[in-house]
Ligand binder design. Structure first.
Ligand SMILES: [Cu+2]
Length: 499
C-alpha cells in the first residue's frame, strides 16, 4: 500500500520536474535566442541518452544477478529430471549469444544517438550501399541462428523421444479439464485401461470402459506422486479446451489437446526431500514461507514441486495447480499400494457397474475373511445371546424365499466352517422388516430360514447340527423407518447352539 503511494508520488514529482524544465527552457530561449537554446538542448539530450544507457544496462545486469537464485536452471533450481540439464544448457547458450548481441546493440544505439547529435554545419555522409557490410551483418546472424537451431534440434529429438516398447517404464495419464487435472495410474497390473469419450459422465469423469478389465485397478490420486529414477510416460489429454501439462522443475511441458492425445517421457532424478535440501543452502530460502508467520516453516521446508496448466484455458485457469511429490522407489511402492481403485471406490455396485452379477476374487477372499472373523467372535462370546452372527451376504429376491445367486459364496463359507468344526451346531434364523402383515412376514422368514438350512442339508449336515426358525418381524435389529434400517432387519442369522 505505502509502496504504491510512494510510486505514485514519485511519478507526480517527476512530471512536475519535466514541466518545470520545459518552462525554464522557454524562458531561456527568449533570453538567449532560439538557436543557442536548441544547441544547448541537443547537447543535453544526447548526454541523457548515454546516462539512460548506463542505468538501463546496469539495472538489467544487477537485477539478473540479484534474482539469479530464483531462476529455473540457476542456483538451487537445477533440473530435477534426466533430460532437464540438456534443455537448460541450450537455454544458457541462447542466452549468452543473444545477451552479447543485446548489450552490443544497446551500447551502439545510445552511443550513436550521442555521437551524431545535431551540430551546426555538420553534414551526413552519403552511403547508399555497401556489399561488405551487408554480407557481414547477414552472415553473422545467419551463422549464429543456424548453430542455435541445429543445437536445438539435437536437444529436441532427445527430449521428445518416445519410449522403446521393450524398455522398462511406467505409464500414467493426465487429463486436463475446466478447471483441474484428473490423474490416472495403472494399478497393480501396470496397464492403463481403455477409455472412450462417449462413456464420460458424472460418475465416470475419464470415460473408462469397464468392460476392459485393465480399468478395474486403475486409481485416480489427488496428487501427482512419482518414484525417483523411473522412466515415466505421461499420456496427456484434454476433455474440453486446450490445456498444457507443465512441470516447471522437471522441464516438462506439453499441450493437452481435445481429441489429439499427446505424451511426454521423463525420468525424475531428485526427490522432493533432495530438492528441499538443495534450496536450504541458499539464504533466499531460509526466510519464513509465510511472512505473517515468522516462526513457521522456512521457504525451503515448505517447498513442493508443482503441476500447472500453461495454457490460458479460462477463468479458473489459475486453479489447475497440483502438488507433485517425488519419492524414493520403496516409499512410492508403499504409497501406490494404499491407493484405492477408482472402480472399486466409486463404480462397484452402482448402476454403472456391469459386474453386479459376479464377485471378483479379492471380494470372495475378503468376504471369507470377514465371515471367519465374525464366526470366531460368535463362538468365543461369553453368553448364549451373543453367540449370534449375521450372514451379511445372503440375500433373497424381493418378497420371496429364492436365494440371490451371489449368496452361495457366503453359504459355502458356512459349509466349509462347519466341516472344519465337527461339533458346531447352529440354528438358522430368518428375520424380516415390518412391511406387509406380520403373518406373511413370519411365513416368509420361515421359508427363507428353511432354504438356508436346506442348503446345509444338501451339503451333508443333518438336523442334529442344523435347525431353523422364522422370527418374522419380531426381532428388528435396526429402525424400520428408513430403507437402510429395513434392509438391516431383513437378515438371516445363525445362532451357535452347542453348549
Ligand atoms: Cu488449463
Amino acid at each position: 500500500m505505502t509502496t504504491g503511494l510512494i510510486i505514485i508520488v514519485s511519478f507526480l514529482l517527476l512530471a512536475i520536474v519535466v514541466v518545470q524544465i520545459s518552462r525554464i527552457n522557454e524562458i531561456a530561449k527568449k533570453l538567449r535566442g532560439e538557436e543557442e537554446a536548441e544547441r544547448q538542448s541537443n547537447i543535453r539530450q544526447s548526454r541523457y541518452l548515454l546516462g539512460f544507457m548506463i542505468l538501463f544496462l546496469l539495472a538489467t545486469i544487477v537485477s539478473a544477478w540479484h534474482y539469479k537464485n530464483y531462476f529455473l536452471g540457476y542456483g538451487p533450481h537445477e533440473a530435477a529430471s534426466e533430460h532437464g540439464p540438456g534443455l537448460d544448457k541450450m537455454f544458457l547458450i541462447t542466452l549468452v549469444i543473444t545477451g552479447i548481441v543485446f548489450v552490443i546493440t544497446h551500447i551502439a544505439l545510445f552511443y550513436f544517438g550521442y555521437k551524431y547529435r545535431h551540430r551546426r554545419g555538420a553534414k551526413a555522409s552519403f552511403m547508399p550501399h555497401d556489399n561488405k557490410l551487408e554480407i557481414i551483418w547477414t552472415a553473422i546472424p545467419a551463422f549464429a541462428m543456424f548453430a542455435l537451431v541445429i543445437n536445438g534440434l539435437v536437444v529436441w529429438n532427445k527430449v521428445m523421444a518416445d519410449v522403446n516398447p521393450d524398455e522398462e517404464f511406467m505409464e500414467i495419464e493426465a487429463m486436463g479439464y475446466q478447471f483441474a487435472w484428473a490423474l490416472r495410474y495403472p494399478g497393480p497390473d501396470g496397464k492403463l485401461g481403455t477409455r472412450n469419450y462417449k462413456l464420460i459422465n458424472g460418475v465416470n469423469p475419464m470415460g473408462q470402459d469397464w468392460s476392459d478389465l485393465k480399468n478395474l485397478d486403475d486409481f485416480q490420486p489427488s496428487e501427482l506422486v512419482l518414484p525417483k529414477g523411473k522412466k515415466i510416460r505421461v499420456r496427456i489429454t484434454a476433455r474440453d479446451v486446450l490445456h498444457d501439462f507443465y512441470l516447471p522443475h522437471f522441464r516438462v511441458k506439453m499441450d493437452a489437446v481435445p481429441g489429439l492425445p499427446t505424451y511426454f517421457v521423463f525420468t525424475p532424478n531428485k526427490t522432493t526431500e533432495e530438492y528441499r535440501e538443495e534450496l536450504s543452502k541458499y539464504p533466499e530460502y531460509q526466510v519464513p514461507f509465510d511472512p505473517a508467520d515468522p516462526t513457521g516453516p522456512k521457504k525451503w521446508e515448505a517447498f513442493e514441486f508443482e503441476l500447472a496448466c500453461a495454457e490460458l484455458c479460462g477463468s479458473g485457469h489459475y486453479s489447475m495447480k497440483k502438488i507433485v511429490k517425488i519419492l524414493e522407489p520403496d516409499e512410492y511402492e508403499a504409497w501406490a499400494r494404499q491407493q484405492p481403485s477408482f472402480y472399486i471406490s466409486s463404480i462397484r455396485g452402482t448402476d454403472e457397474d456391469p459386474y453386479t452379477d459376479q464377485l471378483f476374487d479379492f471380494e470372495i477372499q475378503a468376504r471369507k475373511a470377514e465371515f471367519e472373523d465374525a464366526l470366531n467372535t460368535a463362538i468365543e462370546a461369553p453368553t448364549p445371546e451373543e453367540r449370534i452372527m449375521s450372514l451379511n451376504y445372503v440375500f433373497f429376491e424381493t418378497g420371496s424365499a429364492e436365494l440371490s445367486p451371489l449368496s452361495k459364496y457366503e453359504l459355502d463359507n458356512l459349509v466349509e466352517a462347519m466341516e472344519q468344526r465337527p461339533d458346531l451346531q447352529i440354528e438358522v434364523g430368518g428375520h424380516t422388516d415390518n412391511t406387509g402383515t406380520s403373518e406373511s412376514n413370519l411365513t416368509l422368514s420361515q421359508q427363507r430360514a428353511e432354504v438356508v438350512a436346506q442348503y446345509l442339508y444338501d451339503a451333508g449336515f443333518d438336523a442334529n447340527r442344523v435347525t431353523y426358525v422364522g422370527y418374522g418381524e419380531r426381532q428388528p435389529k435396526d429402525t424400520n423407518d428408513t430403507e437402510d434400517g429395513r434392509a438391516n432387519n431383513r437378515r438371516t442369522e445363525i445362532k451357535i447352539t452347542n453348549s
